[in-house]
Design a protein around this ligand. Structure first.
Ligand code: PLP
Length: 284
């Protein structure tokens, strides 16, 4: 049985309890982060910590999070759960105001903070060799996708639609242009240039995206940050997606049509290797 963290305590997972009045439960009023673990070490912890603080500030959730303390909690969970490869999920909600009301409580509530581990193979996955197939789907999420909130119902529905159509994931489209994947940032490669949507409120500012673009620059690859269309995806030489737990995953098919050769591309593979190399060196 897993040991999880809840508001200052380490507990067996079946003993961790949260109020039915918690605003995370009633309003999805909370934020989250997922930090990947390889060889028992945390990948890109600093980036996730910084984005967590930004998300909390955007929602005016008053949680004082000490960086060293948070790192210690992550490490303690890795140790207690003997985690070698996988993720640590962290969620902070506005907490329990004792009743249900759309307005935020006038007296700030104690935030609810939960962390738990999840085992997952992240190095040497089948996807690296096989690639992902995606569908395109209208992006019907809210307008502040830059905040990493726990309201994930639409991405969840999009994922189910992808599965129903025999694909692995969905790339969401707004005004004819790709925003991002259900839980990853989206890229195409055309004539040696990597193209990915520029950072606005319309997409999550991926921690992996930032690092991968830095890797691309270090490898002297050309990068263009701009929106791209589904037609461009279909005409691309290759495509890929990035996320904390997937690193860099090749995308080989969209809406049943092959992208490039229909096989994982060289650019994605090189970026994956470089990303893992750089981030393992800095792992905490
Ligand atoms: N975009 C969305 C919508 C996501 O949910 C995620 C991760 O969960 C990402 C992009 C990738 O972000 P990161 O690289 O920080 O994991």
């Amino acid at each position: 049985m897993r040991i999880v963290y809840l508001n200052g305590e380490y507990l067996p997972e079946n003993e961790a309890r949260i109020s039915i009045f918690d605003r995370g439960f009633l309003f999805a009023d909370g934020v989250y982060e997922v930090t990947t673990v390889v060889d028992g070490k945390l990948i890109a912890f600093e980036g996730h910590f910084q984005r967590l603080n930004r998300s909390l500030a955007e929602l005016q959730i008053e949680a004082e999070i000490d960086r060293d303390e948070l790192l210690e909690i992550h490490r303690e969970l890795i140790t207690r759960n003997d985690l070698d490869q996988g993720m640590i999920y962290l969620q902070i909600t506005r907490g329990n105001p004792g009743d249900r009301d759309f307005a935020f409580p006038t007296e700030p509530t104690e935030p609810t903070m939960v962390l738990f581990t999840q085992e997952k193979t992240v190095i040497g996955t089948a996807i690296e060799d096989k690639g992902l197939s995606v569908i395109s789907i209208e992006d019907l999420r809210w307008g502040r996708r830059d905040i990493k909130t726990i309201q994930l119902l639409y991405p969840s529905l999009a994922k189910m639609e992808a599965k129903a159509r025999g694909a692995d994931d969905a790339w969401m489209v707004q005004d004819g242009e790709v925003t991002e994947g259900t839980a990853n940032n989206a890229y195409i490669v055309k004539d040696g240039t990597i193209i990915t949507r520029n950072l606005t409120n319309e997409i999550l500012h991926g921690i992996t995206r930032k690092s991968v673009l830095a890797c691309a620059k270090a490898l002297q690859m050309k990068v263009e940050e701009r929106p791209f269309t589904i037609e461009e995806v279909k005409a691309a030489d290759e495509a890929f997606a990035t996320s904390a737990s997937g690193f860099v995953n090749p995308v080989v098919e969209i809406d049943g049509e092959r992208i490039g050769s229909g096989k994982p591309g060289q650019v994605a593979a090189r970026l994956r290797d470089e990303y893992v190399r750089v981030n393992m060196k800095e792992a905490l």
